[in-house]
Design a protein around this ligand. Structure first.
Ligand code: ATP
Length: 260
């Protein structure tokens, strides 16, 4: 695998005999990089993540990787009355051990992770009472304390407001650039991928996919082809930085006001 942390070759999955969600997909995720996966609803992004996590066996193709990943799912339900802090402490399972109590150091790390996401005041609240976005942030905090070198994030910004989207994007970027972690994330936001990803996989159709450096893969043409919505790439200066971003162009049906 050389510099690749995760690699797959000729990968495909079929839940029902003969009907493939996708097949023939190949890619390599480089150590320390951010790898974004884009595709329309039902294209197979979560299926791909489940295969990489080893939770699902691919129907065809092969996957390699060390299997030591922290996973942040889209929705996370728990049946027990855990507090937000308990949820984060579960991320320390590797250091706490099966039947021991978390150490003071574990608790401090968990509390600091909650604080990083602005949730220190919610540490003792029941997890299931938190809002969807707050729960998503708690699960990020849990991934943060796990000390895994690879994070797999399923739509990490889906439940978040703009401020918390920016916080999480910055967090992902810092973990990769400063701490050398490898991040694999799915997203429905091409501009998020363009802002932070090194490489992108565009799952376009059953066999059709684009893989490459984010700036080369996330073109107006490829994205319009993927989503069926025109996309505009914009480049401008902001506070001395050159910004490149993407915006969809919506075709709105205009209702004609009556009598007008
Ligand atoms: N356990 C399952 N059994 C049968 N079909 C499934 C199962 N899980 C997913 N599918 C089907 O596989 C396809 C891909 O689903 P998947 O959840 O991987 O897509 P996705 O790209 O993550 O979608 P979204 O963007 O809507 O979250 C869908 O057609 C879905 O209905």
């Amino acid at each position: 695998m050389s510099d690749a942390v995760v690699a797959f070759e000729g990968l495909g999955h079929s839940y029902r005999n003969g009907v493939f969600v996708f097949r023939g997909y190949s890619a390599r995720v480089r150590r320390g990089s951010i790898f974004a996966v884009l595709g329309s609803n039902g294209r197979g992004k979560t299926t791909l993540l489940k295969i990489l996590l080893g939770a699902l066996k691919p129907t065809v193709g092969s996957v390699s990787g060390d299997g030591h990943y922290a996973f942040v799912p889209q929705l996370f339900h728990v049946s027990f009355d855990y507090t937000a802090l308990d949820m984060v402490l579960m991320g320390r399972a590797r250091t706490v051990g099966m039947f021991s109590q978390p150490s003071r150091q574990d608790e401090e790390a968990a509390f600091a992770a909650l604080d990083r996401f602005g949730l220190a005041d919610h540490a003792d609240r029941p997890y299931h009472e938190l809002s969807g976005g707050q729960r998503q942030l708690v699960i990020f905090a849990r991934a943060l304390v796990s000390q895994m070198q690879t994070l797999i994030l399923d739509e990490p910004t889906s439940a978040l407001d703009l401020k918390n989207q920016a916080l999480v994007l910055d967090w992902i970027s810092t973990l990769s650039r400063r701490d050398g972690l490898t991040i694999i994330m799915t997203t429905h936001h091409p501009h998020h991928a363009l802002a932070i990803a090194d490489d992108a996989l565009l799952m376009i159709a059953e066999e059709e996919h684009v893989i490459g450096p984010a700036k080369k893969a996330l073109t107006e043409e490829n994205l319009a082809h993927l989503y069926g919505v025109p996309m505009k790439l914009m480049s401008f200066q902001h506070e001395g930085r050159q910004i490149e971003t993407l915006a969809p162009v919506y075709a709105l049906s205009r209702a004609v006001p009556s009598g007008g």
